[in-house]
Design a protein around this ligand. Structure first.
Ligand code: ADP
Ligand code: MG
Length: 705
């Protein structure tokens, strides 16, 4: 029997939570801190001093020896620099543990090597981290010991955001301000604050660590650069939601415990579509906390996997031809008094406020489809979006039958007079009650789907930070709300004005709604007729963030300055070029040092066996061996040629001007050269003796975890 887990007891035990603060801080200090957190005011240095001291004592009780400002640079992963609590030894040789208010609030990690896209010249390399007190500090226990982690934003000396957290917090303020404006118009005087709620569903693969270590491509790039499909793929669908095998079960159990301790409300877990693919999802939280939690989830997945003798692959496409991994970003807006503003109620046509919000979101998504698409772009996701895999690269919105019908009524008659009632779904099993069918049924092929009381943005890549997509969602919705409020606040007759506005938006932005099969070729053509953008790669998506339309919006809401946007574009071009460069070089290395020698060995063995057989019996039929020899020798030549071409291409790429030009070179020249090398190698894998092939196969990796 495995040991019992008392979830209620361990949940949040390593978090400096509200409850801990209330317990450990003097009442007055606690109240002041709460005010700071709730009203977003600046923290009084005296208060910070007391909080820091309490935090230190608590952390030390948890075994912490160091603290770190935990931040999220533009690399998409988190960064930290540890400082121990010890102070300079006294004359008697002893030391005391110290942590000041200043050290809590502000850090100066230098950190000049993080990508800043030119925002920060290295001679003025100062970068500051500042405590995001709305996301709780926590103690993380791992091989480094126990570290007090303080979630922070990372800015330059002149206040420019060098990270993903700062613009995220700014975008949350924009949503707060504009949504409050909107709900005031509908007579809400009680809600004081509005926050986006986010629940990300995280997909990942688990492979055996021993096998992982035999695949240089996985080690260097997170995905396989070679690999032939196993005879059994995922055709049988026997893995999806299937029984969880013991080794994976033990992993999931540990994962949950680790996450719960850190206050991450891990809720659901299951096997995903592909063999060796799984998913974990927490209960949703306020946007910035959800972003931090998702970073913790990704880090914990890797750490726990390694403890269980496995490797966790977060890459969007670790295996060619096998379903990739994504991250569904569930998003809604909630007031501080618990109203979900995306809840349509039972009869949506009566819920004018909901209809205004809905049509504003239609407007936002249609107007800024390019930005949403860009927010889901990362190097790995290029293998999914627009590459014949779910979800498509075209942004559209799924509303479900009931809401689409309401929109259609609005467009055709100007008023919605009824709502389709959820049909009663007969289960056909007498012991089960009949239940009301969701008014919004599910459409798994839509990149942006309304699922009852939230939108689910399904394009995000599994390894990506969810900060980017939520910055965009928050800002584009804030803009649409602001523009609606500009009209409605001036209206003489509010009822007429809001009615007209809803109708105008429903009509104008109807084209973004699509309830059909998003994977079909017909949709690609239909979307083109509707004028919806179809952006096929990360490199082509990047310019959208510096378009005039984008800069105007981001500056208006104080989310990004033009310089910050331009720097991000630079960083992304660079990241793309670097990633493909590493992949290409890894391919050259693996093909040259592992694959070609293996094939040479195989063909040599084959040739000598032909000779041996012939010597033993000169009439023996060796045509099969000879054919294999011919085929593998031809493929070997093809491999050698493609390898030389790729090497040449990589050299040329290095000479191209860095930035946009170079990124395009990698996309248009280097990637095809990589494909050209992969093709003969994958064919060779099917011919060469398994014993001689220098690395574990797809079958070994995904069916034998
Ligand atoms: P699935 O889509 O797989 O059926 P759910 O819809 O239950 O699963 O939830 C998926 C994620 O959405 C979870 O993280 C859940 O907490 C989150 N979620 C549920 N309601 C909301 C909401 N109002 N706002 C944001 N996220 C939500
Ligand atoms: Mg979902």
């Amino acid at each position: 029997m495995s040991e019992m887990i008392n979830v209620a007891e361990i949940f949040g035990e390593n978090v400096f939570s509200d409850a801990v603060m209330e317990q450990r801080l003097p009442k007055k200090v606690y109240k002041e801190l709460k005010k700071t957190i709730e009203d977003g005011k600046e923290l009084d240095p005296m208060i910070a001093e007391v909080v820091a001291n309490a935090m230190k004592d608590w952390a030390i009780e948890k075994g912490a020896t160091h603290y770190t400002h935990w931040f999220q640079p533009l690399t998409g992963v988190t960064a930290e620099k540890h400082d121990s609590f010890i102070s300079a030894p006294k004359t008697d040789g002893t030391t005391i543990m110290e942590f000041s208010g200043k050290e809590l609030i502000k850090g100066e990690p230098d950190a000049s090597s993080f990508p800043s896209g030119g925002l920060r010249a290295t001679f003025e390399a100062r970068g500051y981290t500042a405590w995001d007190c709305t996301s709780p500090a926590f103690v993380r226990q791992d091989d480094t010991g126990a570290i007090l982690c303080i979630p922070t934003a990372f800015c330059s000396y002149t206040g420019e955001a060098l990270d993903k957290k700062t613009p995220l917090l700014r975008s949350m303020e924009a949503v707060n301000t504009q949504t409050l404006r909107l709900i005031r118009l509908f007579g809400n005087t009680t809600s004081k604050k509005v926050l986006p709620s986010v629940g990300p569903e995280q997909e990942y693969f688990l492979v055996d660590r021993e096998k992982y270590l035999k695949r240089k491509d996985l080690i260097f790039t997170g995905r396989t650069l070679f690999g032939a499909m196993p005879p059994k793929g995922q055709e049988l669908d026997d893995h999806y939601f299937g029984t969880i095998r013991p080794r994976i079960g033990a992993f999931m159990k540990d994962l949950n415990v680790e996450l719960w301790k850190l206050g991450v409300p891990a809720k659901t877990q299951h096997n995903e579509v592909a063999p060796a693919q799984h998913e974990v999802a927490p209960i949703y939280a306020q946007c910035n906390v959800a972003v931090d939690h998702n970073q913790i989830v990704m880090e914990t997945l890797k750490r726990v996997a390694s403890k269980h003798g496995m490797a966790c692959l977060l890459h969007e496409k670790p295996f060619k031809g096998v379903n990739g991994s994504g991250k569904h970003n569930n998003w809604s807006i909630t007031t501080d008094d618990g109203i979900n503003l995306l809840d349509p109620g039972k009869t949506p046509h009566e819920n004018i406020q909901f209809l205004l919000i809905l049509t504003c979101i239609m407007k936002a998504v249609d107007t800024h489809a390019d930005l949403l698409r860009e927010s889901a772009a990362d190097v790995g996701n290029d293998h999914r979006l627009g590459a014949n895999e779910a979800p498509p690269a075209i942004i559209s919105m799924f509303l479900g039958e009931q809401l689409e019908d309401v929109i259609d009524q609005l467009v055709s008659t100007g008023a919605a007079t009824s709502s389709l009632k959820g049909e009663v779904l007969k289960t056909g099993v007498s012991t089960l009650p009949d239940f009301v069918k969701d008014a919004t049924d599910r459409n798994r092929t839509s990149p942006f789907a309304f699922t009852g009381n939230k939108f689910e943005f399904r394009m995000v890549g599994s390894s990506d930070s969810i900060a980017g997509p939520n910055i965009i969602l928050n800002t584009i919705v804030a803009e649409a709300f602001a523009e609606a409020c500009d009209v409605l606040e001036k209206a003489e007759d509010f009822d007429v004005a809001v009615h007209d506005l809803i109708k105008e938006y429903a009509t104008k932005y109807r084209r973004i709604i699509f309830n059909g099969n998003g994977y079909s070729e017909e949709w690609v053509q239909e979307a083109e007729r509707r004028g919806l953008p179809n952006i096929r790669s990360m490199v082509e998506a990047i310019p959208s963030i510096t378009s005039e339309k984008a800069v105007k919006m981001f500056e208006k809401f104080g989310v990004y300055t033009k310089a910050e946007l331009e720097s991000r574009a630079e960083v992304m071009y660079e990241a793309y070029a670097k990633a493909i460069n590493i992949e290409a070089k890894a391919m050259v290395d693996i093909a040259g040092k592992q694959i070609i020698p293996a094939v040479v060995k195989y063909t040599t063995a084959l040739a000598s066996s032909v000779k041996t057989v012939k010597e033993a019996c000169k009439d023996a039929d060796v045509s099969t061996q000879q054919e294999l020899l011919l085929e593998s020798s031809d493929l070997l030549t093809e491999t050698k040629t493609a390898l030389a071409a790729l090497q040449d291409c990589v050299e040329k790429a290095a000479a191209v001007e860095e930035g946009k030009k170079q990124a395009h070179y990698y996309l248009e020249q280097v990637k095809p050269a990589m494909d050209a090398l992969r093709t003969p190698v994958d064919k060779l894998e099917m011919i060469v003796d398994k014993d001689m092939w220098p690395m574990p196969s797809y079958g070994d990796l995904i069916f034998e975890v």
